[in-house]
Write a protein of this length. Structure first.
Length: 346
């Protein structure tokens, strides 16, 4: 009896290795606590307001949030000089009440610009000098409004094309490539503590885009431009191979002294859904988390919507869907369980 008790006492006294957590996490918030990675979701503000089950799950599971649309230019300034902050404020207020950090998305993009701006540029009523001051005012006004409330801003979004050339947006064609440095400088001035990110899709695997983005960041750093992070959107699909080199790509960006983040993860599939497809999807989600965990500079993994009830995918890819962690009725899918099961090396 005695040796048994001694053996038991010894087992109990042996400290667990740092990565072995006593219990598997109960939900994503606890997973975030245990791994030290912020786990976030994009938020549909209409759903946040109108659907109590959506709100409840969002606030239970996520410790980081991004407005899916509410902070984009067309949302916050639909008419020139008329600012509509209500939706963005709702997100930021809800985040504060629920101990969630916020990613601001996005200050400079070629999409979802208000019509007054694109029309004015197209018909020449807004000249280049005026456009530059409009951009400066937009960044300054928005970043100042949420000063101290945004952990990280996607300052520039999708500025590199798939072939590695710079994106032909109204910003590049009318202001020249210097608009990127300007945007970061204006953002830093407006909130010195927010982390300033460049964000893009297919940056997980597309070599020309990766090389151009790395070169762009080095060039910005050489000019003393304040840039703190690189965001990998991570819009994946199970019909394509998982980007197996992603962790190495993250390490290359981290090597420039940047924080890296997975900012818009989702994994779509051709419908109909089958158990096999859900199992593959689960592997993609867990590999993305594993990749982030394997890179010291990766501090955030955000999904682009957490429920298939509100996902951008079916509206954009015909015949595809089921891209999120939870289904339309907010029931967890295998992908959700696969995240909870990821073993953290941290
Ligand atoms: O606001 C109008 C509403 O007034 C109107 O009734 C409705 C009718 O269709 O459209 C609404 O606008 C839609 C908007 O989302 C808000 O719901 C647009 O049609 C729709 O095109 C827009 O799509 C968004 C898309 O960005 C636009 O580029 C998606 O919800 C949003 O998930 C998606 O997010 C982007 C990231 O910002 C950047 N990375 C890629 C990602 C996926 O495309």
């Amino acid at each position: 009896m005695k040796p048994l008790i001694i053996a038991l006492a010894l087992i109990l006294a042996t400290p667990l290795p740092a990565y072995a957590h006593p219990r598997p996490p109960r939900d994503l918030r606890q997973l975030a606590q245990q791994t030290g990675i912020k786990i976030g979701s994009a938020v549909d503000i209409a759903a946040l307001r109108a659907e109590s089950d959506y709100r409840k799950v969002l606030n239970r599971e996520f410790s980081h949030v991004t407005a899916e649309n509410a902070m984009k230019w067309e949302s916050v300034e639909p008419q020139r000089g008329t600012f509509t902050w209500a939706d963005a404020d709702t997100l930021v207020d809800n985040a504060r009440r629920n101990h969630q950090q916020v990613r601001g998305h996005t200050l400079v993009w070629h999409n979802q610009l208000p019509a007054w701006l694109t029309t004015g540029v197209a018909d020449g009523t807004i000249g280049n000098a005026e456009l530059r001051s409009i951009l400066r005012d937009h960044i300054t006004t928005q970043v100042r409004r949420y000063k101290g409330k945004i952990r990280a801003w996607d300052v520039v979004n999708e500025v590199v094309e798939e072939d590695g050339t710079m994106r032909q947006s109204i910003w590049l064609t009318h202001l020249g490539p210097g608009y990127i440095a300007d945007a970061f400088r204006w953002a830093r001035r407006a909130d010195p503590h927010a982390k300033l990110f460049i964000n893009d899709y297919n940056l997980e695997w597309n070599a020309p885009k990766i090389e151009t983005t790395l070169a762009l960041i080095k060039d910005l750093q050489a000019q003393g431009v304040p840039i703190d992070g690189a965001g990998f959107q991570g819009h994946l699909g199970i019909q394509y191979d998982y980007p197996g080199d992603w962790a190495n790509v993250m390490r290359r960006f981290a090597g420039l002294g940047l924080e890296v983040a997975v900012t818009e993860l989702d994994v779509r599939m051709e419908l109909p859904v089958t158990p096999e497809k859900l199992a593959t999807q689960a592997q993609y989600y867990s590999r993305a988390l594993t990749d982030c965990l394997s890179v010291k500079a990766c501090h955030e993994l955000t999904v682009w919507g957490y429920t298939d009830r509100h996902s951008w995918v079916p509206g954009w890819f015909e015949g595809q869907g089921s891209a999120c962690l939870l289904d339309e009725s907010l029931a967890p899918k295998p992908a959700y369980q696969s995240l909870l099961a990821v073993k953290s090396p941290r």
